[in-house]
Design a protein around this ligand. Structure first.
Ligand SMILES: C[S@@+](CC[C@H](N)C(=O)[O-])C[C@H]1O[C@@H](n2cnc3c(N)ncnc32)[C@H](O)[C@@H]1O
Length: 225
């Protein structure tokens, strides 16, 4: 079993912080794996033309590109603590960056390097599991949002999962649940997320879920008063 566990551990570590050559491969894999989840997130959030949007844990920059395509006059900002991902996201979105509508930079969700009230929307897609201090990350997002701005947290693996998972989903579900117990990887429900968003100072927190998609898609949304 070690033969399969080692590569899986490498894969999981690279989802948390993509590094080196394997990190670049995982970056491309994420682009494929997270495409429908990202489209679904964008549907839930609703983008108004002119919105200034920050994507935390932007990975290889696919969400940034999709959001830019729906937002002709607003700005897009991506941040990731993996230099490999910052590089990939920059390459993927080179034309939009050259046009002055997007920036991608290195930084940590725990200490966002932006002024207060800089954005209309902040997204965190498939990254919340890994934040060492979830409340701190949500409060940081709250700080950089403008009044009335929206926070969006999406996960493809949550306590909302139901239905009949495939064998592969069951296997990964068990691995991730075991890892969460061992390493504090955060697997939450929609109600957990809305509770945390409210505690961080947001209002009108709500969530939508697709319990049978992957290991329980959930998207939580809330506004800064
Ligand atoms: C599973 S990937 C998801 C990437 C992208 N959002 C997507 O959906 O394809 C998680 C990303 O979050 C980033 N990340 C994790 N913790 C972070 C933190 N504390 N600050 C900034 N980025 C973080 C990782 O480097 C990685 O690129």
């Amino acid at each position: 079993m070690g033969v399969i566990h080692k590569p899986l551990e490498l894969l999981e570590d690279n989802f948390k912080k993509p590094t080196g050559f394997s990190g670049r491969l995982v970056g491309h894999l994420m682009t494929v794996q997270h495409r429908t989840l990202t489209d679904w997130t964008i549907e839930q959030m609703g983008i108004a033309d002119g919105d200034d949007i920050l994507d935390i844990g932007c990975g290889s920059g696919m969400a940034l590109g999709l959001m830019a395509a729906r937002n002709a006059t607003g700005t897009l900002t991506g941040i990731d603590y993996s230099p490999v991902m910052v590089g990939l996201a920059g390459k993927r979105n080179a034309a939009t960056i050259r046009a002055g509508r997007m920036t991608v930079q290195h930084g940590d969700a725990m200490n966002l390097p932006f002024e207060e009230a800089s954005f209309d929307q902040v997204t965190a897609i498939e990254t919340f599991y890994f934040w060492p201090d979830a409340m701190r990350g949500l409060k940081q997002a709250h700080r950089v949002l403008r009044p009335g701005g929206q926070m969006v947290v999406t996960l493809e693996m949550s306590r909302e999962a139901s239905g009949k998972p495939s064998l592969v989903q069951r296997y990964f579900g068990r691995r991730f649940t075991e890892r969460s117990a061992r390493e504090g990887l955060r697997i939450v429900s929609g109600a957990d997320l809305t509770g945390m968003l409210t505690e961080a100072g947001f209002i009108d927190a709500r969530f939508v879920a697709e319990p049978t998609r992957s290991l329980g898609w959930v998207c939580a949304l809330a506004r800064k008063p």
